[in-house]
Design a binder for this molecule. Structure first.
Ligand SMILES: [Zn+2]
Length: 464
């Protein structure tokens, strides 16, 4: 994500605390619990199982704002389960089955609690199917990062970090449980239904509505799942043998957005020179029109850009930032939200590197300009442990990026390059944390780097 505004966190922090706090009291051993124990957001996601695949069929009617869906979730129990949780904001659950048998479903705050007829054994694979529907709760203005669902007369878009998936489907909503997806969006004729990955087909239903069938073939963190319904200029092409699908809201004037978005392959190819092969089997991007969506977002294979992104002219830095996340964040995902600098610091570094390549300021200038400011707020927030209210603060982005520049100087270009490439290769399609990165940097460079990372990532104050 690249944040258009500063200090959003203070506005949304109280809301973040609401999800299922009371459920932490549950202690019975054969229950999956609310929360995977994230140090910043302990109630996010759920324990007790590991999702392999979501089969989502969602019908959205822009005229009423109503969404109706079925979600077929294939998972494996990581402990004996008498019951388990999924995250779901609002919406009404109609029926739930587990392995084809009707199951009991109750709701507690934003948790859907499912009790199968028979307990599930540890290690057993199971399938739960949930039919649900309603009007997704519209996200308040300036709260895009939490529960991001935006409905307008023109359609809807679901996008937001650290949580947005539960606004439109029942989900284990934490990046540590990545899964494959098949997503079918059914929309009225004339509308597009845009999501992640490959477009496997479009079929017309009996009532004249169209189903768009998307397939995500690399594991995806739930916050990267995209749903956009509206009138879009959809362009399908091919780059390096992989489909490239872009969509630009019809309301956005033809011109700058189209021209900038079309540079996606060029920027992605440049990023391959620092991060290794592009990690997914599709390229793309989407420009949404809803002005409440203020931040660009690295939705997997199809980053979201906003109505404002190219309003004032060309900007390829933002392309570099969101595309860099395809490696740093999407393919290699954070283990916990405390590791957010592994996404944003790396994407910022890649953005600066692209700007240098494109004739903008050099990497050294980006560094020097920030380092020169002794009173900068960058020195107040340690990017390796920013605190949950500061996960999208400037320090996570810029001091995070500066950390990589400083590391590069310390270990040399060749070893630094090896570190980045090994990082994306070793953790591809998985999760990693800051300790993993430090260990890799030490192993590759042959240097003891604890003191270096302590001052850059964990200490307050400007590193000497
Ligand atoms: Zn970002």
């Amino acid at each position: 994500m690249r944040n258009a505004r500063k200090m959003w966190a203070a506005l949304v922090a109280p809301a973040l605390l609401l999800t299922g706090c009371s459920l932490l009291q549950s202690k019975a051993s054969d229950q999956g619990l609310a929360g995977v124990g994230d140090p910043y957001f302990p109630t996010y996601g759920n324990s007790g199982y590991d999702v392999a695949h979501y089969g989502l069929k969602v019908r959205f009617d822009p005229s009423s704002g109503r969404l109706d869906g079925t979600n077929t979730v294939r998972a494996t129990a990581t402990q004996p389960l008498d019951r388990f949780h999924l995250d779901l904001y609002g919406l009404t659950v109609a029926t739930v089955t587990v392995d084809g048998q009707p199951a009991e479903a109750t709701r507690e705050a934003d948790e859907l609690i499912i009790t199968p007829k028979a307990p599930i054994a540890k290690g057993a694979a199971f399938t739960t199917e949930i039919a649900y529907g309603g009007r997704p709760a519209d996200t308040p203005e300036k709260d895009a990062e939490n529960n991001g669902f935006f409905t307008s007369r023109r359609g809807a878009v679901a996008v937001g970090e650290p949580q947005s998936a539960a606004a439109w489907f029942p989900v284990n909503d934490h990046p540590s449980d990545k899964a494959l997806y098949d997503i079918e969006l059914t929309v009225p004729a004339g509308y597009s239904g845009i999501s992640n990955g490959l477009l496997r087909g479009r079929s017309e239903q009996a009532d004249g509505w169209n189903s768009w069938q998307w397939q995500v073939t690399s594991p995806m963190a739930s916050y990267l799942a995209l749903m956009a319904v509206g009138r879009y200029r959809v362009v399908q092409g091919v780059h390096k043998g992989k489909p490239m699908i872009t969509a630009i809201a019809a309301k956005v004037p033809v011109g700058e957005a189209d021209e900038n978005l079309a540079r996606t392959p060029e920027v992605a190819d440049f990023l391959e020179t620092i991060a290794g092969p592009y990690p997914f089997d599709a390229y793309g991007g989407i420009v949404v029109a809803d002005r409440r969506v203020e931040d660009e977002m690295e939705s997997q294979t199809r980053p979201v850009y906003t109505a404002a992104t190219w309003e004032d002219g060309p900007d390829t830095g933002i392309l570099a930032h969101e595309l860099a996340h395809q490696w740093f964040g999407d393919s290699v995902s954070v283990a916990t939200w405390q590791d957010i600098w592994l996404n944003e610091g790396f994407a910022t570094y890649a953005e600066w590197l692209w700007l240098e390549h494109d004739g903008g300021p050099t990497l050294q200038q980006q560094y020097d300009q920030r380092y020169a400011d002794r009173k900068s707020e960058l020195w107040e927030v340690p990017p390796g442990d920013p605190g949950r209210e500061e996960i999208f603060s400037d320090s996570v982005y810029e001091r995070g990026g500066m950390t990589l520049i400083a590391l590069r100087k310390l270990v040399g270009d060749e070893k630094f390059s090896a570190i980045l490439r090994t990082w994306t290769q070793r953790h591809r399609d998985g999760n990693a944390n800051t300790a993993d990165f430090i260990a890799l940097a030490e192993q590759t460079s042959g240097q003891q780097l604890d003191a270096f990372f302590d001052k850059w990532l964990y200490a307050k104050g400007r590193p000497s």
